[in-house]
Design a protein around this ligand. Structure first.
Ligand SMILES: Nc1ncnc2c1ncn2[C@@H]1O[C@H](COP(=O)(O)OP(=O)(O)OP(=O)(O)O)[C@@H](O)[C@H]1O
Ligand SMILES: [Mg+2]
Length: 316
């Protein structure tokens, strides 16, 4: 289980939430007017949305949905100031897609966004898998699941490969117990916790078929498609750029060729494979420089050459 800190936290851990005071005070009179643009800029949601746009290549439908959710929460806050109580929208979600398509990255930003919009107290993300939730022996599962839930309260609980919680072939599997506890919390404490289930689409679909209770608690199904070659290339450039590397002009076609070949191979994991390719290119680059043993300049230290990719197994 991993935990990432919330972004908008104050030193003492209390969330920045201007809606709280407004919600407990007198409601605005019906004739009052609220400046939505100001509400929006006060929430600082846009900086999260802009970061989502800038730091993640592609994913247009995902970004659109996140923006729509942000708009809903913002309008909800303003409605609350008029004393219009619509109840908290259900925000439990399912992110489907292959490995490395950005599900975790988007979930981290989502947590931050929900926090800024006053939906969750802390805005951190706790990432868990079956092993974190389900015990090996009778009586172990409930405490494990509750411990994870406790850590996730006020934030987002991201359950990777959620379908492993359910084992159809084993009636007495402890996973069922974890699912029951999750269902209860998703219903009763949804004002303090957002659950995101993630995994491959087909397996997630059959998980929902076997667990209609879970399916009915998920408000948003968001699909993360595999990246197109151009997107993989753009992702690679973004990663290199951030890390202070660039491609020599003659490396560009080699890098594209690398991605095309890697994409066709088994265990290709989208952006994660791009990241790994760059890590290995860095390794070869460093060893190439040291082996040459000559003086280096900034250019040499930052430029990846064709052989930094060509020596990969992908080309053999
Ligand atoms: N659209 C994107 N633009 C730039 N970088 C991306 C994009 N999508 C993913 N990445 C990067 O790729 C890596 C893997 O992404 P992430 O962990 O979010 O994927 P995931 O869908 O959660 O994968 P997995 O299912 O394997 O956990 C991270 O380093 C992330 O920053
Ligand atoms: Mg992930």
């Amino acid at each position: 289980m991993t935990e990432r800190p919330g972004f908008g936290m104050r030193q003492n851990g209390s969330p920045v939430d201007s809606s709280q005071a407004a919600a407990t005070g007198e409601p605005l009179p019906p004739g009052a007017r609220v400046d939505l643009a100001k509400e929006r800029s006060d929430s600082q949601a846009d900086s999260v949305l802009d970061a989502l746009d800038a730091e993640l290549v592609g994913l247009a439908p995902v970004k659109t949905r996140i923006r729509e959710i942000a708009a809903l929460l913002l309008v909800d806050r303003v409605r609350a100031r008029f004393g219009i109580d619509s109840g908290r929208p259900n925000l439990h979600m399912c992110f489907t897609g292959s490995p490395g398509t950005g599900k975790t990255s988007v979930a981290v930003r989502l947590a931050e966004l929900l926090h800024r919009l006053g939906y969750i107290r802390r805005g951190h993300l706790v990432s868990a898998t079956r092993d974190d939730l389900v015990g090996q022996y009778v009586g172990h599962t409930a405490p494990k699941t509750k411990e994870v839930l406790k850590r996730a309260m006020g934030g987002v609980l991201f359950i990777d490969e959620a379908y492993y919680l359910y084992r159809a072939e084993n009636e007495r599997d402890y996973g069922q117990e974890a699912i029951e506890i999750l269902l209860q919390v998703m219903e009763n404490q949804r004002d303090d916790l957002v659950v995101v289930l993630a995994g491959y689409k087909d397996r997630m679909d059959s998980f929902f078929t076997s667990n209609p209770g879970m399916s009915s608690r998920i408000a948003h199904h968001i699909d993360f498609p595999d990246y197109e070659p151009d997107e993989l290339e753009a992702i690679g450039r973004l990663m290199m750029d951030r890390e202070g590397y660039g491609l020599a002009p003659e490396t560009e076609p080699v890098f594209r060729d690398y991605l095309t070949r890697r994409r066709a191979q088994p265990r290709f994991a989208n952006a994660r494979s791009v990241r790994n390719a760059i890590e290995r290119a860095r390794l070869r680059h460093a060893n190439r420089l040291l082996a040459a043993g000559a003086e280096v300049d900034r250019e040499a230290l930052t430029t990846l050459h064709p052989e930094d990719f060509l020596n990969s197994r992908v080309f053999t």
